[in-house]
Write a protein that binds this ligand. Sequence first.
Ligand SMILES: [Zn+2]
Ligand SMILES: [Zn+2]
Length: 218
Amino acid sequence: MLVMMKRNVTPLCDRHHKPMQLAQFGASNIALNFVAHRCMVESCSRVYQHGHGYIDVTDVISFEQAERRDCPEDQMTLYLAAIEPDGNQIWHCGQVHCEYVEKINPHERFHVMLKPISAGSDSSSRNQPYAQMEAVGTSTGEKLVGPCLPWPLTLTALSVFGQNAVQVAGIRNSLLNGTSVELAGIMSPLCVPEQQLRKAGLKRPTTSSSATSSPIFI
Ligand SMILES: [Zn+2]
Ligand SMILES: [Zn+2]
């Protein structure tokens, strides 16, 4: 799909929550000029570039603290459009002709589950369970899901949640027994912000995949 941003919209800076303005950029680590929305707060380097999300641009472009929310309908990036009086954030898809809107409670915390996925007759799955992560918001009940992953990639995702060797062994046993398992923190069930879920590859389910229950393998 062609990356094409809506005209006449005003993204807010994801750090300052102030309106951004279109500006022309040229950065020394890329060989092109581009137009994107920049924060007008002095000394703020934040830029919303459709297709990349929020990035930092000084004399170079930095993706180090990139903040990217993907639209589940077209995989384009969302921009922060408004902050409600109660602090909830309203994110809109930046892509032309897409009306997708997402409401985010920045204080929401999630519990994380791992569900075993039957990988059919594949015998290698006997010791290497396939699994899918699912997270549920503790106050909103909102659900995020990850892709179905083979065990080595599940391990990588688990490292985001700081699981130790003992916890990982327990998780693997549960999955091999065909049982779902909830990730635990130090004293109680793990409770994490959404940003951490996105680092581990979890997303809001797409409209089409939530209608069918068939998992997506990668
Ligand atoms: Zn800013
Ligand atoms: Zn969209």
